[in-house]
Design a protein around this ligand. Structure first.
Ligand SMILES: [Zn+2]
Length: 198
């Protein structure tokens, strides 16, 4: 375990991105890394956009209810004000934050802070989502996690929306979204098009 200890304690400032579709375990991976940092006596803090209040205002709660305390923020600039004296900054659901997050993460990492970002890489139509693509570009390390396609069991790549709503941001869970692989997503979209032209 020596290698892990060195990994947690002596890492200089860095940016890590954990991205993927819904139900891919992004938040669980963020929480796992934050808990390990805490064990290593690092000062940790998680931020998340205040828009995401599906479960609890104050906690980052993943789908398996493995909660860790967090601070809701309205703007990425709040992180710089609130993250003084923090060794490891976690940011959950970062796709909902503004593009200022890119500079904020660079500033933190340059100060020696380890920044761990979790977020959706694509929206429900498969388009790059918010600041996540740019964060992947500036990150020292990118981890892409996958859900399982509910139709065929392959690795899913997108969160397909089950309800009719064209708003880009629609907070939801298993009633509103399903993880699909590329092939099953194409089939679902074709079927929807046919239905709409009937
Ligand atoms: Zn599939």
């Amino acid at each position: 375990m020596m290698e892990n200890l060195i990994g947690e304690v002596h890492r200089p400032g860095r940016i890590e991105v954990v991205c993927g579709s819904m139900f891919s375990g992004k938040t669980e991976e963020l929480i796992r890394r934050m808990k390990r940092a805490k064990f290593a006596k690092q000062r940790v803090e998680i931020f998340k956009p205040s828009i995401d209040i599906r479960y609890s205002e104050e906690n980052v709660v993943s789908h398996d209810h493995n909660a860790i305390h967090s601070t809701p923020i309205d703007s990425s600039s709040s992180i710089l004000l609130l993250a003084d004296d923090i060794d490891v900054v976690g940011i959950d659901e970062a796709q909902f934050l503004d593009d200022g997050l890119i500079d904020v993460c660079n500033t933190l990492a340059n100060r020696g802070v380890r920044v761990i970002i979790a977020g959706l890489d694509m929206d429900y139509q498969g388009h790059p989502f918010g600041p996540i693509p740019a964060l992947c570009a500036i990150a020292d390390e990118v981890t892409k996690v996958h859900a399982i396609c509910v139709k065929c069991g392959a690795l899913a790549y997108v969160s397909h929306r089950l309800v009719k709503n064209n708003k880009r941001v629609l907070l939801g869970e298993k009633d509103e979204y399903e993880p699909l692989c590329r092939e099953c997503y194409q089939k679902a979209i074709e079927a929807e098009k046919k239905q709409n032209t009937k």
